[in-house]
Design a protein around this ligand. Structure first.
Ligand code: ASP
Length: 340
């Protein structure tokens, strides 16, 4: 399974440019990304109410389909769906039919037969959500919750929301992403979003063994030296070493990695004094980040988690709106042609 990265948008956008699925940030323009951020902003207030619900997905069924483990992403998708008043089903893949040999397509057919309206999909294989979106019944929305090394678009958008909250705008910002870029779907989606939203500089800082060979073509500059890379930064995003995706030894040792690339207070002092520290989680203290930095005044790591709910509410409600508009448009066309 590979994503049809060349033209993802015939699938994920309706003819008038609304979201129908949310698979990748590739091909999504600045206006749409800003629309997602603005919609999420309007949902933040819902999370501050005593009754944290709006009726936008009332009567809809959302299935969380996680083939790979997750804590934050899965629980914030669940909370987002519940705050939109949807009925939510969390499918435990380990105890589901998939482990009894049922194919992905058959599992989906069965879930669709239960009249599901949206699948939130996490999968270890790049392109799995795209594959599902190609085969699913029209009217059902697919949201990518992270596929292989390919993309994690809701994570990148919650990161953009967090940056906008703290920095106001993207223009003029210097941002670095540090660590295991090679295996990171998060880094790929963040680089795409930062470029589209107009950040001034996007640096990746890593040893050569943790960089994809074509990294510059993603739209960033490369820095191997942490001290040089930290200079003047407004935002530093630390990444976890994705050991589950590593084949063979890519690093001498975790200790050595921490010494060279771990974010300590000393290294953070080289950035702009108001530089914010981000991490998609889960964090590994003493491997890529020092505890005093993770818990320190410049850290916005827990704000990222909170913003995940608002971003996921935004994407889910926008995709459902696109599906409804799409169906109405198709019905109008059929009626005009005398076929309905
Ligand atoms: N939670 C993020 C992801 O699913 C980052 C990580 O696992 O390191 O990609």
């Amino acid at each position: 399974m590979t994503a049809n990265a060349a033209s993802p948008n015939h699938l994920q956008l309706t003819r008038d440019g609304q979201l129908r699925h949310f698979l990748t940030l590739d091909g999504l323009g600045r206006d749409l990304l800003t629309d997602i951020l603005d919609t999420a902003d309007s949902f933040i207030e819902v999370g501050e109410r005593s009754i944290k619900k709006v009726p936008l997905l009332r009567g809809r069924t959302v299935v969380n389909l996680f083939f790979e483990s997750s804590t934050r992403t899965r629980s914030t998708f669940e909370l987002a769906a519940k705050r939109l008043s949807a009925d939510v089903l969390n499918l435990d893949i380990n105890t589901s039919a998939t482990s009894k040999g049922e194919s992905l397509s058959d599992t989906l057919l069965n879930l669709e037969a239960m009249a599901s309206d949206m699948f939130v999909v996490r999968h270890a294989q790049s392109g799995a959500p795209h594959f599902i979106a190609e085969s699913v019944t029209p009217g059902v929305a697919i949201i990518n919750a992270g596929d292989g090394r390919h993309a994690h678009p809701t994570q990148a958008m919650l990161d953009m929301l967090t940056i906008r909250q703290h920095k106001g705008a993207f223009e003029g910002l210097k941002v670095a992403i540090v660590g295991d870029i090679l295996h990171s779907r998060v880094a790929r989606s963040q680089i795409r979003a930062l470029n589209e939203l107009g950040a001034e500089q996007i640096r990746v800082i890593a040893p050569g063994t943790l960089l994809p060979s074509d990294v510059e073509s993603l739209g960033c500059t490369v820095e191997y030296d942490m001290a040089r890379g930290m200079k003047d930064l407004d935002v530093v995003i630390m990444l976890r070493l994705q050991k589950e995706r590593m084949e063979g030894a890519l690093l001498p040792s975790e200790r050595e990695f921490y010494r060279l690339y771990g974010l300590s207070q000393d290294k953070l002092a080289l950035a702009h004094p108001e530089c914010i520290v981000m991490h998609p989680g889960p964090i590994n203290r003493g491997v890529e980040i020092e505890s005093a930095v993770a818990d320190g005044p410049q850290s916005v790591i827990l704000n990222q988690v909170t913003n995940g709910i608002a971003i996921r509410m935004a994407v889910m409600s926008m995709a459902m709106g696109g599906q409804v508009a799409d169906r109405q448009q198709k019905l109008t066309e059929l009626t005009e042609r005398g076929l309905a």
